[in-house]
Each structure stands twice: as structure tokens, then as C-alpha cells.
Design a protein around this ligand. Structure first.
Ligand code: FES
Length: 157
């Protein structure tokens, strides 16, 4: 990361802490805003958030590690999460996996080269009676088929 980029990120974090307040409860909203922009939390941001909030960097690291929806590695602009839990598994999850992986040419756990899409498995999304279920960014797609899954994926920009 270039020095200028580091300065810009520090400014950004200081503004966010000003907006949310300088205490631990600001950690989640600050991380969410950084992630929304960069699609992950760069290491430098982790250090700066800790410095500006006056907490130990290990605390920020542990917080990020605890939440599976906060990333330490760059992710795609769209995150496609497929439920791997038993009900969705029995409802045809494997067919969805094959169709999506074939369409994108990547495996679950990977990101497309153009950073358009990251694929990942998640546990139950609370839509067990309507599986297989996909969560794409913040939107749930119930009862997907291999065909509708591919169609939905291809509409992502
Ligand atoms: S098992 Fe898939 S949503 Fe619950």
C-alpha cells in the first residue's frame, strides 16, 4: 500500500471514529464501512482502527476472526454464499455447486479473477423449508435450482 493510500485510509478511519464515537462499540460499524469500500479489512486498516480507538491490535484481529462475514483477505464485489447444512444439502445443494462452479470456472472458497464474485459455503441461513438457499450480498434467494442459480449469478455486476 502506497504512503498516500495509507494517509487516505487513516483520514477515513478517523472520520468514521468521529462519526461512531471513540469506544469499542464503534468497532463493528467502522469495520463494516471499511469492508464495504475495500471488500476486506486491510492489515494497515486493522492497525489504524486499533490506534484511533485506542485498543490493542490483537483485539481488532480477534474481533475480525470471530465474525465470518468480516474478511482479512480481498473478496469479490459480490459474495455468493450457499447453505451447506443438511436440509439444503438434501434439497439439491450439490447440483447448485456444480452449476455455479462450472459457470464461473472457480471453486467454492475462491474469487473470480476480475473480483466480481467470491463463492463460499455457509451454515444454515434460516430458510430450511425453502432450500437450497443462497445468500448473495444481503439478499436471500430461496428454492434455487441449478438453472436459476446460474441466471442469478450472471446478473451480478
Ligand atoms: S439448512 Fe439451508 S437454510 Fe437451513
Amino acid at each position: 500500500m502506497l504512503v498516500l493510500e495509507k494517509h487516505a485510509m487513516t483520514d477515513e478511519i478517523e472520520k468514521l471514529v468521529e462519526k461512531y464515537g471513540k469506544d469499542r462499540s464503534s468497532l463493528m460499524p467502522v469495520l463494516q464501512e471499511i469492508q464495504k469500500k475495500y471488500h476486506y479489512i486491510p492489515e494497515f486498516a486493522q492497525q489504524e482502527i486499533a490506534r484511533v480507538l485506542d485498543i490493542h491490535p490483537v483485539e481488532v484481529y480477534s474481533f475480525i476472526s470471530f465474525y465470518s462475514f468480516i474478511y482479512r483477505q480481498p473478496q469479490g464485489r459480490n459474495i455468493v454464499r450457499l447453505c451447506k447444512t443438511i436440509t439444503c444439502d438434501m434439497a439439491g445443494k450439490d447440483g447448485i455447486v456444480k452449476a455455479i462452479e462450472r459457470e464461473l470456472g472457480i471453486k467454492f472458497g475462491e474469487t473470480t479473477k476480475d473480483k466480481r464474485i467470491t463463492l463460499e459455503f455457509v451454515n444454515c441461513l434460516g430458510m430450511c423449508d425453502q432450500g437450497p438457499a443462497l445468500l448473495i450480498n444481503e439478499r436471500v434467494h430461496p428454492k434455487v435450482t441449478p438453472e436459476t442459480a446460474v441466471q442469478i449469478i450472471n446478473e451480478l455486476r
